[in-house]
Write a protein that binds this ligand. Sequence first.
Ligand SMILES: *Cc1c(COP(=O)(O)O)cnc(C)c1O
Length: 400
Amino acid sequence: MQTIKNTGYGFSTRAVHAGEEPDFREGATGDVIVPIHLSTTFARKKVTVPTGGYEYTRSLNPTRKALETKLAALENAKYGLAFSSGLAAETTVLLSLLKSGDHIVAFDDLYGGTKRLFNHIFNEYGISTTFVDATDISRLEEIIERQTKLIWIESPSNPLLKICDIRSIANIAHENNLLLIVDNTFLSPYFQKPLDLGADIVVHSSTKYIGGHSDVLGGAVLLNDEDYYQQIAYRQNAVGAVLSPFDSYLTLRGIKTLSLRMEQHQKNALEIARFLEKHPEIDKVIYPGLDSHPQHELAKKQSSGFGGVLSFEMKGSREDAEHFLERLTLFALAESLGGVESLIELPAVMTHASIAKEVREKIGITDTLIRVSVGIEDVEDLIDDMRNALLPEKFSNFFA
Ligand SMILES: *Cc1c(COP(=O)(O)O)cnc(C)c1O
C-alpha cells in the first residue's frame, strides 16, 4: 500500500486520506474509510507469525493505527500515538520521560487537569514542578535546575489566551538539555505545528477540535524521535491507556473536516470578538486575532490562525455575569471546547473553580471573566443571542 506522507500533499488532503488509503491487496475490499476493527485478538496461521503484525488490540489495532498515521501526518511528525484521553496521553508521556527526583518547569497558565496531574499525582512519586509565566522568557532560565528534565507549555493558554514563544522556548530547552512539550489542543495542527517550531513532543486532547463534535474523548502524542516514541509506545501498552477502535473511528471521521471547521470557528470568533469589543457592557475582550491582544504579532508569526476560543470580561458583578449566561439560548452553558456547537462558561465558578480566589485574581481570572468556544453556527444568530442576553434585565423582561 502506498502511504500519504507528510510531504507533497496539503493539510486538507492529508486530513482526508492519510492512514486511510484503500486496500487493494488480494481478498481486500477497497474500503475508502478504514473499517472499525472491533476484534480484541487476531488469529495467526503459524505459531510464530502474527497476522499482519497484529496480536492483541491493546498493543496494536488497525483502526487505531490508521488514526495514529493520520495524526502524525497532520502534525508533521514521524510518529503518532492515540490515547483514551488527553490526560492519559500526558500521563504516559510523563511516565516515559521522568523518574523520581526529576523536576518539571511548567507554564503557570496550563489546563487545570494538567496542573492536577503535576501537583497531586506525579508529586506523590517525587517529581516536582515549578510553575512560571512562560510568556516571560527570562523567568524560564532562572528556574531551570540541575534535576529539570522538561519544559511543558500550552499556547494559547486557557482561559487567558496568553501566547508562549515556542521557538525561543525550544531553544532555551535545548541549550539546557531539556525537552520541550507543547499541548497543542487549542489551535489544533491546522493552525499551529509546534514540532516545526522546535518542540520535541506535542500532546493533544483530541476530545476538543480534532474530534470536533463533542462525542468522543481522546488524546494524542506526536513526535519525531524514534527512541522516545518506543519508550512512550511501550508504556502506553504496559499501562493500557489506548483509544478504543470505535472511538478511533469517530476521531478519524471528525478529522476529515478539521480544516473546514477551524476556518469557520475562527471566522465566527473574530466577528464575535469585534462585536463584544464595541459593546458598552463589556470591559475587555481577549482574542489573539485582535490587534488589541498584547501578543498578536507573536501569534501571527508562529501560527497560521488564532482559533475559536475567546474570553471577555463583563462589567458588573459575578451575578450579572451569571444572569447573562443563563439568558443565552444558543450558547450551551458548559465546560469543554472545540465542538461544532458554541459553548460558554464562567471559569471562576466552573473550569477553574479549584484555583484559590487570590491566585485566580492575581493571574487575571476574575469573577466576570467569561470563556467562549465559538462553534460553527451562523454568526448572526450567535451575535443576536449575545446581544439579547446582554440587555439590562429590565429591557430583557420588557421584550420577553
Ligand atoms: C481538555 C484538555 C486536556 C485534557 O484532555 P482530556 O481529553 O479531557 O483528558 C488537556 N489539555 C487541554 C488544553 C485541554 O483543553
